[in-house]
Design a protein around this ligand. Structure first.
Ligand SMILES: *[C@@H]1O[C@H](CO)[C@@H](O)[C@H](O)[C@H]1NC(C)=O
Ligand SMILES: *[C@@H]1O[C@H](CO)[C@@H](O)[C@H](O)[C@H]1NC(C)=O
Ligand SMILES: *[C@@H]1O[C@H](CO)[C@@H](O)[C@H](O)[C@H]1NC(C)=O
Ligand SMILES: *[C@@H]1O[C@H](CO)[C@@H](O)[C@H](O)[C@H]1NC(C)=O
Ligand SMILES: *[C@@H]1O[C@H](CO)[C@@H](O)[C@H](O)[C@H]1NC(C)=O
Ligand SMILES: *[C@@H]1O[C@H](CO)[C@@H](O)[C@H](O)[C@H]1NC(C)=O
Ligand SMILES: *[C@@H]1O[C@H](CO)[C@@H](O)[C@H](O)[C@H]1NC(C)=O
Ligand SMILES: *[C@@H]1O[C@H](CO)[C@@H](O)[C@H](O)[C@H]1NC(C)=O
Ligand SMILES: *[C@@H]1O[C@H](CO)[C@@H](O)[C@H](O)[C@H]1NC(C)=O
Ligand SMILES: *[C@@H]1O[C@H](CO)[C@@H](O)[C@H](O)[C@H]1NC(C)=O
Ligand SMILES: *[C@@H]1O[C@H](CO)[C@@H](O)[C@H](O)[C@H]1NC(C)=O
Ligand SMILES: *[C@@H]1O[C@H](CO)[C@@H](O)[C@H](O)[C@H]1NC(C)=O
Length: 814
């Protein structure tokens, strides 16, 4: 393949591989398991326990009316139409469920992705998930979801393949961390809820993905013999092996938020969990998601993540994507396993039609709940032209693309994106208040991340020249314009009639004595722009910046005593130059979206006071991080790709805190142009008779509703003690009682945060509601969330290691 084609999760540069396999040859029963699990080969590896049957939807949580409509719809379907409803087909969108005009059903259009409607023209490129998380701003997280939802809707997409709760960020190296939010489950959980509520408020279905433990890209899919058939699996995809407590307290946590916020769909992941493929893992799908969490929507597969027919259906999968209803191109047929097979299986008695009905009722209930049967826009025909995943020649059926072409759906979103990008920019260092800039007259700009993109309007490669505003793969966006840092600085500096000089060639900068470059003397400020690429289907090889960025900084800082470094990055970067005395300021600008330059100048010139905080930890060295990805196995066994989550709860700051390891910039850290004080932390119990176990209530979306009850009101007083207006992010951390909580509990865990704007000198009281889940651990024996007896310490601070006030609570009386 000349170019990699990416869709929600699937790298098709290896299309050749996909074309080579013929699923029917993979097993005796083509519609059953991929391969009978051979315990001899499996050796020490197990597989996930069976939890059957797949629970029926109940409509709990306010979907009862929509459920009735969905049932009435399904009652009118023929068996052939039922097969259509659960199997994707190539068409104008990245995923398509075909229309049934007889019933006035126009079909479903599914579109990527987490920061933009990807397959579209005249649409916006928003800030990435990592930037959104770095705002720690609930209003922005919601507002971003609303604006994105409006664009999906106006382009005719019923289903947005976002937000991302997994990868969560177990490993700092994972290639897709930037699509999601933070390695902290609480922060990611809040971000999931607000994104979903924002998107769905516009009548678009949100998809929580990738369920679950998709914490690395390497070997996320099986290795096939390129010469062979599907029986020639050389090695199966990696298996993420995790214990029950870690699953609940870390990786499942944000998905519980998603279900609680009534997400329409959950996308199952590529890799295996405890030996069983995520999309046919009944413990995860039937047991935990539909059972324990009471999920009422449908589980759709990641693109090509289905490895069986009946087995996947029995084990809880409801929709096969991208599907394939026939035999064009072998990918769609091979990727399917559903389609006509569903009809055959029902007819021969191996599949009960009531399970198929439940699959479709789950698909159609959110459709009716969100009113998608009324006045939903048609698919923009330009979408079909831009869709490289299923171009027209792959279509098996006609699509009615009669709507208005090339609709401009961007509204005023550019202004929001500018604000969001600035709010997600974290000021890491600011010696002697070098920022904000004070009308510098002589500005020098260095680095290949400053200027116009030479290859980047549809980011899919780590191009050398041009600023980076998003990563690659299905999570990227197609820019319709880009405000570069260089352009924005020139524009802003013109107000001061400044001299602006630029060197964008890193090699040249590194090999130069920069005093030979600039005129007439050392600039007032040297701005160095560095970037870090990350993409789907590949993990990062290092945590440094790309393109020898560290050397660029050294070359400039050697002769420029006011060197300000800006990074555009997928997330974690080690910053070896941070102690350099001439590096006076560092800004982690993440992936800010299309208004990148303006988002940055707003901060540089002090029009916006920085208030972003790190949603992860910056350690001194890449090797300091726990849980690196599994990048190789030494053996050739089919099942030998195994990733043991032995670090359990100790990822990111939980690990560094538990082991007293110094870090460069801790989780929750970020400077402002003003200073803040925190004091007077108080916790008021809202229930005096709390029991350790939650009261029993019928499961609602999100699980036992008791878990979501607010049981403490915690307040803290926040003061802007400086002379500049700005926003603080008070953070609340909880420490569980050490003697009554099982071993391995992290010393401190985020349990609340708010962004609060304060005028200089102003004081406000901020309150955090603690829910029962926030003060509970997952007890693997009783399979309940339990509040341990004894005293918790609650600490409030301005970062995870800048705690200013604490108090003690005893929720459960001994
Ligand atoms: C039925 O499943 C087999 C694999 O088991 C696959 O080859 C075939 O394409 C499927 N049929 C359809 C119509 O999807
Ligand atoms: C299981 O694998 C072993 C070792 O490769 C092989 O000898 C045996 O025949 C396999 N068993 C089945 C049932 O396929
Ligand atoms: C995975 O295996 C561990 C260890 O046996 C077990 O605690 C956990 O519940 C299993 N989870 C799933 C989803 O199979
Ligand atoms: C789902 O509902 C059908 C009736 O529509 C019933 O036959 C089936 O047993 C139910 N399945 C479960 C798991 O309750
Ligand atoms: C595939 O075929 C090529 C050409 O015959 C050969 O070089 C290669 O080793 C084969 N690959 C495998 C995995 O068998
Ligand atoms: C195609 O869509 C248009 C607009 O939604 C509708 O009026 C027309 O009836 C549709 N035609 C067919 C053949 O479905
Ligand atoms: C910061 O200011 C102090 C006091 O004016 C001065 O001693 C120090 O050298 C300055 N540091 C830098 C890096 O400019
Ligand atoms: C960048 O600078 C190096 C070293 O001076 C030079 O070899 C290279 O051609 C330059 N690249 C471009 C695109 O100008
Ligand atoms: C770089 O240029 C400056 C100014 O001419 C000079 O003082 C310095 O020695 C030069 N550095 C090197 C390594 O040549
Ligand atoms: C900092 O910059 C000045 C030039 O203003 C230079 O003389 C000095 O050596 C630099 N310091 C370091 C540590 O490179
Ligand atoms: C592979 O083998 C080497 C040398 O024996 C060892 O150092 C390494 O840890 C092994 N890697 C894995 C993934 O088992
Ligand atoms: C928490 O306390 C604050 C300050 O007393 C109050 O304004 C707020 O309403 C309280 N919240 C709850 C949920 O009781």
């Amino acid at each position: 393949m000349a170019a990699a084609i990416l869709v929600s999760g699937l790298l098709l540069s290896s299309l050749a591989n996909a074309q080579a396999y013929t699923p029917a040859q993979r097993t005796d029963d083509a519609f059953s398991y991929i391969q009978p699990l051979n315990t001899t080969i499996l050796g020490p590896y197990g597989h996930s326990p069976a939890v059957l049957p797949s629970p029926n939807i109940t409509g709990a949580g306010g979907w009862e009316g929509a459920l009735e409509k969905a049932r009435a719809f399904v009652a009118q379907l023929t068996l052939e139409e039922k097969a259509i409803m659960v199997t994707g087909t190539p068409g104008p969108c990245v995923g398509n469920i075909y229309q049934i005009p007889r019933l006035g059903f126009p079909g479903l259009c599914l579109q990527d992705g987490p920061l933009a409607i990807r397959v579209a023209d005249y649409a916006s490129v928003f800030s990435a998930g990592v930037s959104a998380a770095a705002t720690w701003d609930k209003e922005i997280l919601h507002e971003r979801g609303v604006a994105m939802g409006k664009e999906f809707r106006a382009k005719g997409a019923h289903i947005a393949l976002t937000p991302v709760g997994g990868p969560m960020g177990r490993s700092a190296y994972s290639g897709r961390n930037w699509e999601g939010f933070s390695p902290d489950p609480y922060l990611t959980g809040v971000a999931m809820s607000l994104s979903i509520e924002g998107i769905q408020s516009t009548g678009v279905q949100a998809t929580a993905k990738h369920y679950i433990l998709n914490e690395q890209e390497t070997q996320r899919n099986p290795t096939y013999n390129p010469n062979g058939t599907i029986t020639d699996v050389i090695q199966e995809a990696i298996s993420a092996n995790v214990d029950d407590r870690t699953l609940h307290e870390l990786y499942l946590w944000p998905f519980a938020n998603a279900v609680h916020s009534k997400v329409s769909s959950v996308m199952c992941a590529y890799q295996r969990v405890n030996g069983s493929y995520a999309c046919e893992n009944s413990k995860l799908q039937n047991g935990i998601l539909k059972g324990e969490l009471g999920f009422q929507g449908y589980i759709m597969s990641d693109w090509g993540a289905v490895h069986s027919g009946l087995s996947s259906i029995d084990n809880g999968l409801d929709m096969n994507m991208p599907g394939g209803l026939g035999t064009y191109g072998t990918f769609f047929a091979a990727g399917s396993f559903f389609g006509d097979n569903v009809t055959i299986a029902v007819n021969n008695g191996s599949l009960d039609v009531s399970r198929v009905d439940d699959m479709i009722v789950r698909v159609m209930t959110p459709y009716y709940w969100l009113g998608q049967d009324q006045d939903f826009p048609t698919v923009d025909p330009s979408t079909a032209d831009l869709n490289t995943f299923s171009p027209r020649k792959t279509w098996l059926r006609e699509f009615n693309l009669t709507g208005e072409r090339s609709r401009d759906v961007r509204e005023n979103h550019g202004e929001l994106i500018r604000k969001h990008g600035a709010a997600g920019t974290v000021l890491l260092k600011n010696t002697n208040k070098t920022l904000p800039l004070k009308a510098p007259k002589n500005i020098a700009i260095f680095g290949n991340d400053a200027g116009e993109d030479t290859q980047g309007f549809y980011n899919q490669v780590d191009f050398e020249y041009g600023t980076l505003v998003a990563g690659g793969g299905s999570g990227t966006g197609r820019l319709t314009y880009l405000i570069t840092p260089l352009a924005a600085i020139k524009e802003r500096a013109a107000r001061d009639n400044a001299l602006v000089q630029q060197w964008l060639n890193n090699t040249l900068i590194i090999n130069s004595n920069v005093t030979d470059l600039w005129i007439p003397q050392e600039p007032d400020v040297c701005l160095v722009f560095l970037k870090t690429w990350a993409e789907e289907a590949a993990d990062r090889l290092h945590l440094s910046v790309d393109w020898d960025g560290n050397d660029v900084v050294e070359s400039v800082a050697k002769y420029c005593s006011n060197t300000v470094v800006v990074t555009h990055s997928s997330g974690i970067n080690t910053l070896p130059f941070a102690d350099h005395p001439n590096v006076t300021a560092i800004l982690a600008a993440h992936y800010p979206g299309q208004q990148s330059g303006y988002s940055l100048t707003d901060i540089l010139y002090g029009d916006v006071n920085p208030s972003g905080k790190l949603p992860y930890t910056i350690a001194f060295n890449g090797s300091d991080y726990n849980a690196p990805p599994t990048t190789a196995v030494n053996t050739t066994g089919v099942y030998d790709w195994q990733s043991w989550f032995d670090e359990k709860l100790e990822i990111d700051y939980r690990y560094f805190d538990a082991n007293n390891i110094s870090v460069r910039y801790e989780f929750g850290y970020g400077l402002s142009y003003t200073t803040f004080e925190l004091s007077d932390l108080q916790a008021e119990a809202l229930d005096d008779a709390l029991t350790s176990a939650p009261a029993y209530h019928a499961v609602q979306p999100g699980g036992n509703p008791s878990l979501w009850e607010t049981i403490y009101n915690v307040t803290v007083s926040v003061t802007n003690s400086g002379d500049t207006d700005g926003a603080a992010v008070p953070q609340l951390y909880g420490s569980f009682p050490s003697d009554t909580t099982p071993a391995g509990t992290p010393p401190r865990q985020l349990r609340g945060f708010e962004k609060v704007f304060l005028k200089a000198g102003e004081t406000r009281t901020v309150s955090f509601g603690l829910m029962r889940r926030d003060l509970s651990y997952w007890d693997v024996v009783s399979q309940e969330w339990l509040i341990p007896a004894g005293a918790f310490t609650l600490s409030a601070g301005l970062s995870s290691r800048d705690l200013k006030a604490s108090t003690s609570i005893r929720p459960v009386k001994a």
